[in-house]
Design a protein around this ligand. Structure first.
Ligand SMILES: [Zn+2]
Length: 219
């Protein structure tokens, strides 16, 4: 039996050079990638990570675009309904207030968090993380905020909200005269920018840049 004192201590292992497959847990050496290349797991084919070009600047542009779209998406009318001579304009925010005022406070809070609160927090976390990498300040706060962002990801449900809006539009289309508002266009644009941001902001490169392993994440 080998002496346990001879076993390598965990901190002595080259953990920074290893990567585990998210899907099948295969442990392997981290391949060095050039811009635009992807590393795939040799066992199951899962994309381990991609090395994207100019991650920080492109992501910053997308985060700012998303923040600019956030205000009209939530406060401009999603749709205008004309029923029996009465017309009403509905925004995401007025929906939350309407639920709150009709006694459904619990539902109003959940709708507010999933459609407005958490998506905004996510964007602010991403903005702060990217600024901390760009200006090389507060990396420890950047690491904390990026961890928080990964927890928040599961709770921002803009796509579920959009599905709800689309179902309501289809159901109401026969009952009332309806006009789609600018808010809906901004909402869809916000969703698309966020999906694009998820693709561009390669987590592997952001973690490396935050931990100071890669000084060229902004290239
Ligand atoms: Zn795998």
């Amino acid at each position: 039996m080998s002496d346990p004192l001879d076993a390598p201590v965990l901190s002595e292992l080259p953990l920074g050079d290893l990567v585990a497959c998210h899907e099948c847990d295969l442990l392997m050496h981290k391949p060095k990638l050039a811009h635009g290349e992807k590393a795939l797991c040799p066992r199951c084919g899962y994309e381990l990570y991609a090395h994207r070009y100019n991650v920080v600047h492109r992501s910053l542009a997308l985060v700012i675009a998303a923040l600019l779209l956030y205000v009209p998406a939530n406060f401009l009318p999603i749709m205008q309904l004309n029923l029996l001579g009465q017309s009403s304009q509905d925004t995401v925010w007025s929906g939350v207030v309407g639920l709150f005022n009709t006694g459904m406070q619990g539902v109003a809070v959940i709708v507010f968090l999933c459609s407005m609160g958490i998506p905004l927090l996510k964007l602010l976390c991403q903005l702060t993380v990217l600024l901390s990498i760009h200006f090389d300040v507060g990396r420890s706060y950047g690491l904390l905020l990026y961890r928080i962002y990964h927890h928040l990801r599961d709770w921002g449900m803009l796509e579920v909200y959009l599905m709800g809006v689309l179902v309501a539009i289809v159901k109401l289309a026969d009952m009332a005269a309806m006009t789609i508002g600018l808010g809906l266009a901004c909402f869809v644009a916000l969703l698309l920018v966020q999906v694009w941001l998820e693709v561009v902001m390669s987590p592997h490169q952001v973690w490396q840049a935050l931990s100071g392993e890669d000084a060229h994440a902004g290239d």
